[in-house]
Design a protein around this ligand. Structure first.
Ligand code: SAM
Length: 282
């Protein structure tokens, strides 16, 4: 089975029924088991499709509102997709709503192939910065983190253990297009601990009981692997034990902890000062 819906590549089809098999198949991609089986995912909105093209991604199936068929921007996007063999489905708003389960759906949807990177093949320099996430559960958090990694100029995200799917609709939405510019790696805990031994730089874990203020570490001139804990439970002992340093972010007030994506942004942008990437350069 391929991720392509079963219509002839490159064809333009008009569909008005939510029961159409091609539409049912795309709607089924809201379930992780179907995304995994097909190796594809759904990106919503013209902006995201344009971001995808700009980053060299291809669309396998492009779905857009039939009422926009005469829009020159839609025609241009559809032509680009079609040249690469994509099928173009011109559909009613009801059909678009049925795919995204929203009353005011985006007018364009792309079905694309998932991409997974191999961190072992990534070049490591003194400026390398990878982020590892331990069992991240919330798709909104994961999408925001991917966006933050992109903005901070870090190299990519390693998903360790049983993480939420970065290719879910919610996570792709929250990444705001950064999903197309951030390499994603997935590893079991055992694979991660094995790979970590070969990592030539610092491994920094964030922990509520960390011994070091995150601002006091010197991030200069060494590859950095930043490890963040699970939203509910934080880092387990086997992962915190694999870190060179455990850092904390000082907090005022009565909050027990920061939201995972906020904590990630705080430390990543501190690290980004070394390369001049990011907005907090001083
Ligand atoms: N109840 C969890 C615990 O005991 O660790 C809270 C987890 S917190 C919501 C999720 C992750 O964000 C933590 O595992 C840590 O990586 C990071 N984090 C949040 N606030 C932090 C802080 N003030 N200092 C260091 N890390 C923090």
């Amino acid at each position: 089975m391929t991720g392509r819906v079963e219509t002839k590549p490159g064809r333009i089809l008009e569909i008005s029924s939510v029961a159409n098999p091609a539409i049912k198949k795309i709607r089924g991609l809201s379930l992780k088991k179907n995304r995994d089986a097909e190796g594809v995912f759904v990106a919503e909105g013209m902006k995201l499709i344009i971001d995808a093209f700009e980053n060299g991604w291809e669309v396998e199936t492009l779905v857009h509102a039939a009422k926009l068929s005469s829009s020159s921007q839609v025609q241009e996007i559809a032509a680009k997709a079609r040249v690469k063999g994509a099928q173009i489905l011109q559909v009613s708003e009801k059909v678009l709503s049925s795919i995204t389960r929203k009353d005011n759906p985006q007018m364009m949807i792309g079905v694309m192939r998932q991409a997974w990177a191999d961190v072992a093949k990534a070049a490591v320099t003194s400026q390398s910065a990878w982020l590892a996430l331990d069992r991240v559960r919330d798709p909104g958090n994961l999408g925001s983190i991917i966006r933050t990694v992109d903005a901070a100029g870090a190299d990519g995200v390693i998903l360790v253990g049983d993480c939420t799917d970065p290719y879910s609709l919610e996570s792709v939405r929250a990444s705001m297009g950064s999903i197309f510019n951030v390499p994603l790696v997935r590893m079991t805990v055992e694979e991660f601990l094995g790979w970590r031994i070969c990592w030539s730089g610092m491994v920094i874990g964030t922990h509520l009981e960390g011994a070091v203020d995150y601002r006091s570490l010197d991030y200069q001139n060494a590859p950095v692997l930043l490890l963040m804990g699970n939203e509910q439970h934080g880092l387990p002992d086997n992962l915190s034990g694999a870190c060179d340093h455990l850092v904390y972010i000082p907090m005022a007030g009565s909050a027990d902890s920061l939201n995972l994506s906020v904590a990630t942004g705080v430390v990543l942008f501190q690290m980004a000062k070394r390369t001049g990437k990011g907005i907090m350069v001083s």
